[in-house]
Design a protein around this ligand. Sequence first.
Ligand code: NAD
Length: 291
Amino acid sequence: MDIESIGIVGAGQMGNGIAHVCALAGYDVLLNDVRQEALDDAVGLIRRNLDRQVSREKISAEHRDAAMGRIRTTLTLTDLGATDLVIEAATEREDVKHAIFAELLPALGERTILTSNTSSISITRLASRTDRPERFMGFHFMNPVPVMQLVELIRGIATDEATYAACHGVVERLGKTAATAEDFPAFIVNRILMPMINEAVYTLYEGVGNVNSIDQAMKLGTNHPMGPLELADFIGLDTCLAIMNVLHDGLADTKYRPCPLLTKYVEAGWLGRKTQRGFYDYRGETPEPTR
Ligand code: NAD
């Protein structure tokens, strides 16, 4: 199946990046959100990010202008019914996603492929509430979307081969690389990454190291570009905790129990970079460890 137009639900951190890369790859993009402000902010941010790519000579000014010309926005979800592929990238709450699909389905073309960028919700369960489980799958981009090479493609139990092939074709046209995952809690990347981050927090909690020594050890000792605590702050500690809870509940194994110190930071509202405080304090000139 040929995909030429892509509808994106949710214009937040992920939605704007997805719109950016899809428009650059030549797709017509229709971006939806419930808030006009989110749509305006997303378009402004995409423009600034494209400008940066022009100044670094990664793309030409014509390429940027053509990409901007391919992005349209709408507050009306059902306008996405006319697109070939919908990527849902709204808030990570299952009730929100079910409500979006319920409203969108009656407007969708029969052949339209429906996907979700969810980091942790079961693709099979989301698909089961739609009229097209065979044309439904997980399309999981990494943050920041324009920079990160990987897309995880997650098959639900019913996803058919044509749907998988069409989504794989989109990933290739975006110039990215797909890793295929079966639909089990947190898929591949977060299944491996989050327990590592959680273990780094245990290492801090038990006093084996402090914030600096743990991050330094992992950067220099394993060649990771960021330490695990620095990375946790970048992802958001609430997101890290939510994914650990998905692993703990979904796999029912105590090895996934979230570290009490991670819970404490989240309860304090110290969620990382987005709230200016997490394992580091970002309110000054340079990040200062909080432990
Ligand atoms: P975000 O909070 O930045 O953006 C979510 C957007 O969805 C907001 O603009 C909100 O207004 C909008 N929204 C809420 N309800 C809506 C509705 N009914 N219809 C249309 N829009 C609606 O969140 P995000 O970080 O961009 O995450 C979006 C999705 O991407 C989640 O499923 C998340 O798990 C997934 N994801 C996030 C990351 C990450 O690092 N942030 C990485 C991979 C995947």
